[in-house]
Design a protein. Sequence first.
Length: 61
Amino acid sequence: MDKSFEENFKKIEELLEKLEENKENLDESIKIYEQANGLYDELKSQLSEYQAKIEVIGKHE
């Protein structure tokens, strides 16, 4: 993972704000949406990794 969960989450929030503000340029909106969707997938992957780690830690207790 290149960025932390927090960095990715902040970036996706910024992209969603840009998407809300960009009401006139469909091409730009699609690019922003694609970026946000890619980050969303990355966030889901990061959460899955964290969940797996937590399950391993919980089994050791």
